[in-house]
Design a protein around this ligand. Structure first.
Ligand code: XMP
Length: 512
């Protein structure tokens, strides 16, 4: 059994980011609810404990509180933000609601390094988000560092190996955050740092087996990174108890259905059902031009087709989804992210409760790059793992205005050329996403001696790290010229190519 760190979750939106930082230090971590009984924690036999931040105030009635026994486990502990205040208060210190909320960047001044700040400079920038402040230390503790607003920005009880940080070392805006966490893991808890993604794969397989038992699972496969990795992982765990369903909604890219079948044949040798429902989708979308209406129709029809396939399979207990951690936060609008509300996404919670299936989400704690690393341990090809994201409604949101076969054909052919050239010029992997958009605008051109009157294709290529913000990519002239020439010469129905130079915000990545 690998050395484990338990992260107790007090509701911060960064709890999984803490777990990720621990994994980055090659240490195994397990996130548990804050009120997990101490006896359960003892069974895991962790070498250290992290108390996460959280939105509550320790001064509020009913604030989340763990059992006092937690402090008698005899293992090192790191309290972050709410975790520090909780530790301070429960061990006999004093917490007050501060006059000024400390939010955003702050300057940390270290006056005693201890093992936590070993090897770091004395002053650096950290990221804060708290209203309360520890005003009196519990006995046994001493101050390590302060910021302008809190004199106990970092504290330690060297005897019991208890540490507290008022700021968030796990977020990227905190300088040296990774080193501080590593110092706690290695310097304080004595972790060896020899845990790997292979270990994660193995433990996920064990967990899936014990959760599923001998029951059956279905998974909606899109051919994208997340659902492919989830399928490969679950198949490795339970073999033919898994059935994957791939819905061809008629809005896929060139040859996409064949590629998914091929992926399955070569790498996930399990049961795959392909539902060819293009005609149904396109029929329902006939004449519809409003982007949200299109999305709703596509979403609803998908659920219906999927549900019909599930019914045909008989006794199914689990619905597996390749939900990632960022999908989870994007779908929770609290404190966060209005972007999820701008367009109706359907990654999370998209399938209706009436299906009465239990969810199986083995990637829920992971971030995209970790999912790719997991996929590598399962032997999936790079072409699948490094694939750009593709929206659920597919080309339906890339044909502006009404959707019909002839427009889809033009778009598919143009898009395949763009992607082909990006790959051969070595640009595909430098981009977050790249695709073509069909514009229902006709313009005049001349080909040979003939006048043409055809549609416009817009190229979209963006760089981004999380799709929340994005910048248009400065593709080389030579590449743009080649793509434009090829599309106009090879794709019947397009006689003009434009390049979209809008960033997000204020634009979005997809056009609809
Ligand atoms: P926008 O257009 O909102 O897109 O800037 C952000 C990212 O989300 C993808 N996207 C979707 N993905 N279902 C999905 O699974 C959807 O309905 C959907 N809409 C947009 C988009 O491709 C980009 O990566």
């Amino acid at each position: 059994m690998a050395q484990a760190i338990v992260v107790l979750d007090f509701g911060s939106q960064y709890t999984q980011v803490i777990a990720r930082r621990i994994r980055e230090a090659k240490v195994y971590s397990k996130v548990l609810p804050y009120d997990t009984p101490v006896s359960e924690i003892r069974k895991i036999d962790p070498v250290g404990l992290v108390l996460s931040g959280g939105p509550a105030s320790v001064l509020a009635k009913g604030a989340p509180k763990p059992s006092k026994q937690l402090f008698n486990l005899g293992i090192p502990m790191l309290g972050i933000c709410y975790g520090l205040q909780l530790m301070g208060k429960m061990l006999g210190g004093e917490v007050k609601s501060s006059q000024r909320r400390e939010y955003g960047r702050g300057k940390l001044s270290i006056n005693r390094k201890g093992p936590l700040f070993k090897g770091l400079t004395k002053n650096f920038t950290v990221w804060n988000s708290h209203g309360d402040c520890l005003t009196k230390l519990p006995s046994g503790f001493r101050e390590l560092a302060r910021t302008e607003n809190s004199s106990f920005a970092a504290i330690e009880d060297p005897k019991r190996k208890f540490y507290g940080l008022q700021f968030h070392p796990e977020v990227e805006h905190s300088e040296h955050g990774t080193e501080i966490i590593r110092n706690f893991l290695v310097g304080v808890c004595g972790c060896k740092g020899d845990w790997s993604m292979e270990d994660f794969t193995e433990s996920s397989i064990r967990n899936i087996r014990s959760q599923v038992g001998d029951r059956r699972v279905i998974l909606g496969l899109s051919g994208g990174v997340d659902s492919s990795v989830a399928a490969a992982l679950i198949h490795r765990a339970i073999g033919n108890q898994l059935t994957c369903i791939f819905v061809d909604n008629g809005l896929l890219r060139l040859n996409e259905r064949e590629q998914v079948k091929q992926l399955f044949k070569n790498h996930i040798p399990g049961k795959l059902k392909v539902a060819c429902a293009g005609a149904l989708f396109l029929n329902r979308l006939k004449g519809v031009t409003n982007p949200e209406t299109k999305r709703k129709i596509i979403g609803k029809t998908f659920i219906q087709v999927f549900d019909d396939e599930v019914k045909k399979l008989g006794d199914i207990h689990f619905l597996a989804q390749g939900t990632l951690y960022p999908d989870v936060i994007e779908s929770v609008p609290i404190g966060g992210n209005p972007a999820a509300l701008i367009k109706s996404h359907h990654n999370v919670g998209g399938l209706p409760k009436k299906m009465k299936l239990e969810l199986l989400e083995p990637l829920r704690e992971l971030f995209k790059d970790e999912v790719r690393a997991l996929g590598r341990t399962l032997g999936l090809p790079e072409a699948v793992l490094m694939r750009h994201p593709f929206p659920g409604p597919g080309l339906g949101v890339r044909v502006v205005g009404a959707i019909h076969q002839q427009r889809l054909r033009v778009l598919r052919e143009a898009d395949a050329i763009f992607i082909d050239e990006l790959i051969s010029h070595g640009w595909y992997h430098k981009l977050w996403q790249a695709f073509c958009v069909f514009l229902p605008v006709r313009s005049v051109g001349v080909m040979g001696d003939e006048r043409t009157y055809e549609n416009v294709i817009s190229l979209r290529a963006v760089t981004s790290s999380d799709a929340m913000t994005a910048d248009w990519a400065q593709l080389p002239d030579k590449l743009l010229r080649k793509v434009s020439n090829r599309i106009i010469n090879e794709v019947k129905g397009a006689n003009r190519v434009v390049y979209d130079i809008s960033s997000k915000p204020p634009s979005t990545i997809e056009w609809e």
